[in-house]
Design a protein around this ligand. Structure first.
Ligand code: SAH
Length: 288
């Protein structure tokens, strides 16, 4: 009868000792551990691995299909997130990051296709706005009359409680504004980027790789898009619902409007610039 409590007390003492030893062996946590991290997102390895490699005190966390690397830059907590490609994957990765890490800000960065001829491969676009280029209502066309993109009107799925397709108030393009604090940091380090220009403009996102020049031209004329990719507007929409500031930063990896062929190494160049942006944001905005 008396043996059980004694055994439990013994086990408890051993457990306590182990806990103490483990705690002592672990590296000292960074002083700003309690601060909310900056999250930097990228869809593919070639867009994210280099940044993950810059983290100090790094640990890798897998959440089903998504990977997060937690660590610090200049002693401040930063989480690098591999979102996977496309709007749905990016939305889910953003919600996971929001719930798990409570970020102070998010940068969504990576490669994109250029929408205007004077934008060259390796130029970088700071997303003063992001728009969803996959959200439209088509015009009516009878059987056998095919499809005409010219008749499509934008659809703001965040706008209407009723049927978005029937509500005239929902027929506008929602614009997700890039965060001013992150933009300020990005502008400040603009001069460090030597591989191309750093310009400001609208980033368009959808799950369509668009190779129709007329469609690109229409997006450019109607919505002011400078570059097109598959994640920023989605991450921005979700970050907005969580009240987390976000900025899209996209390097032109290809540009069908001027014959700029795809260059995967642009993904590395973008990460080098984004690293400088994160350091500037941490140093001059968060640690102040
Ligand atoms: N060419 C790449 C595949 C990129 S797939 C390869 O062979 O591995 C699409 C990814 O690249 C998306 O994450 C998207 O954000 C980005 N992207 C780059 N240029 C794009 C373009 N012109 N249109 C759409 N997405 C583009």
């Amino acid at each position: 009868m008396n043996a059980m409590p004694r055994v439990s007390a013994g086990l408890f003492a051993v457990a306590l000792l182990t806990a103490c030893v483990t705690r002592e062996a672990a590296p000292a946590p960074p002083a700003v551990d309690a601060a909310r991290p900056v999250v930097v997102q990228g869809a593919m390895d070639l867009e994210i691995r280099k940044l993950a490699g810059t983290l100090e005190h790094v640990t890798e966390e897998k959440v089903h299909g998504w990977t997060f690397w937690r660590g610090t830059i200049d002693g401040y907590p930063v989480v690098i997130s591999k979102t996977l490609k496309g709007m749905s994957n990016a939305a889910a990765a953003t919600a996971l990051a929001a719930e798990r890490y409570h970020p102070v800000a998010i940068i969504n960065q990576g490669t994109a296709g250029g929408h205007e001829p004077d934008l060259h491969v390796y130029d970088i676009v700071l997303g003063i706005q992001a728009v969803n280029l996959g959200s439209f209502k088509t015009g009516y066309r009878a059987r056998g009359r095919g499809s005409s993109f010219a008749e499509w009107t934008p659809l703001d799925l965040m706008r209407s409680e009723g049927s978005a397709g029937e509500d005239p108030n929902a027929r506008s393009m929602r614009r997700f504004g890039g965060d001013e604090g992150l933009l300020t940091a990005a502008r400040r380090v603009r001069g460090t980027y030597r591989k191309g220009r750093v310009v400001e403009g609208v980033i368009g996102s959808s799950e369509i790789w668009n190779s129709e020049i007329d469609r690109i031209q229409r997006f450019h004329d109607q919505f002011g898009t400078m570059a097109e990719e598959m994640e920023t507007a989605s991450a921005a929409q979700i970050a907005g619902l969580f009240d987390i500031p976000l900025l899209g930063i996209r390097v032109v990896s290809n540009n069908i409007t001027n014959g700029g062929t795809y260059d995967a190494l642009t993904g590395e160049a973008c990460q080098e610039y984004v690293y400088d942006v994160v350091k500037a944001y941490i140093g001059e905005t968060l640690k102040r």
